[in-house]
Design a protein around this ligand. Structure first.
Ligand SMILES: [Fe+2]
Length: 279
C-alpha cells in the first residue's frame, strides 16, 4: 500500500461551517473530509455547474481534502453503478483528495437506495464478493480506496468470523486501506457484546490510513450512531489506546446533526489535538 501523508487533525466539513472556511480556514484544522455525494451534480447538470464544488476547490487551495462516500454500496449484489463511478472519478480528478473512502456495507438492492449503511454477513463468500468489487473500483479510479467499519445493530446468524477478521482480510486481499471509526467500534461493541480492545488488537496497524471519531446516542437496549453529540469519555479512551497501539494517523471528528456553532466545534477539535500531539 502506498504511504499516506500525515496531515494531522481534521474535521468533517458540513454546510453550517463552510462560509467560515471559505473566508479563512481556522488554524485548528489541518485537513477536511467532505461527503463525496454532496458535490455530485443534479440530474441534467455537470460537475462544472456545481457551486458547492467551486467552493470546495477554493478551500482546497488551503487544506488537504479527503472524499468520503456513502453510496458506493460495495456489498450489494446490484452491479456497481457506472454513472456513480464516472462522476466520482471526475470529482477525484478535480479535487485531488489525499484519500477516497466509503463503507464496508451495502445500501440497497434491486435499484433501491435505502440511504442506510447496512451490515454484511461475515462469510468467505462475502469477502470474495466485496473484494472483487473493491478491486474493480480501484481499477476504475486508478488508485486505492479505504473502507470504513460500520456501527451496526444486527448481526447475521450465518457469519463465520468476527467483523475485525472480515475487515482485515478484505483489506489485505485488495490492498485497500482501513478507515477505522473508533466510535463505530465502541457502538457495535456495546450492541453486540464484544471487547473493543480485541477489535483494536486484531486490525493490522499498517493498513489503517485514517481514523474517525464521533458522538452517539444511548437508546433503550442499544447505542445508535447518530453523530449528533460530543465524543464520549469511553470513545476518547479507546482513541488514546488506538493512538498508542497504531501510532499517529490522520484523525477527524464527524458531526452530522445538532451541529454546534464553530467555537464549540473547535473546542472538541482542540481536545482531539491535545491528545494527538501528546502521543
Ligand atoms: Fe465514520
Amino acid at each position: 500500500m502506498k504511504s499516506i501523508p500525515l496531515h494531522g487533525v481534521g474535521i468533517g466539513l458540513r454546510s453550517p461551517h463552510t462560509p467560515l472556511f471559505l473566508k479563512s480556514p481556522p488554524k485548528s484544522v489541518d485537513w477536511i473530509e467532505v461527503i463525496s455525494e454532496n458535490f455530485f451534480p443534479l440530474p441534467g447538470e455537470s460537475l462544472d455547474d456545481s457551486e458547492p464544488l467551486r467552493n470546495l476547490l477554493k478551500i482546497r487551495s488551503d487544506l488537504p481534502i479527503s472524499l468520503h462516500g456513502v453510496s458506493l454500496s460495495l456489498g450489494s449484489t446490484d452491479d456497481l453503478s457506472k454513472s456513480y463511478l464516472s462522476i466520482l472519478r471526475e470529482l477525484v480528478r478535480q479535487v485531488d483528495p489525499w484519500m477516497i473512502s466509503d463503507h464496508l456495507c451495502w445500501t440497497g438492492v434491486d435499484g433501491l437506495n435505502t440511504h442506510d449503511l447496512l451490515p454484511l454477513p461475515y462469510t468467505a463468500e462475502s469477502i470474495q464478493h466485496v473484494a472483487e468489487r473493491i478491486l474493480r473500483v480501484q481499477d476504475f479510479l486508478g488508485r486505492s480506496i479505504a473502507i470504513e467499519n460500520l456501527s451496526s445493530y444486527v448481526t447475521f446468524a450465518n457469519s463465520e468470523m468476527q467483523e475485525w477478521e472480515f475487515l482485515s482480510e478484505i483489506s489485505q486481499r485488495t490492498d485497500c486501506g482501513i478507515l477505522l471509526d473508533v466510535n463505530n467500534i465502541f457502538v457495535s461493541s456495546i450492541n453486540h457484546g464484544f471487547d473493543p480492545l480485541e477489535y483494536l488488537d486484531s486490525i493490522p496497524p499498517d493498513r489503517i490510513v485514517e481514523i474517525h471519531l464521533a458522538g452517539h446516542s444511548r437508546k433503550e437496549g442499544c447505542i445508535v450512531d447518530t453523530h449528533d453529540a460530543p465524543i464520549c469519555t469511553e470513545v476518547w479512551d479507546l482513541y488514546r489506546t488506538c493512538l498508542r497501539k497504531v501510532g499517529p494517523r490522520n484523525v477527524m471528528i464527524e458531526r452530522d446533526a445538532r451541529i454546534p456553532e464553530w467555537p464549540e466545534m473547535e473546542r472538541e477539535l482542540l481536545q482531539l489535538r491535545g491528545i494527538y500531539e501528546a502521543r
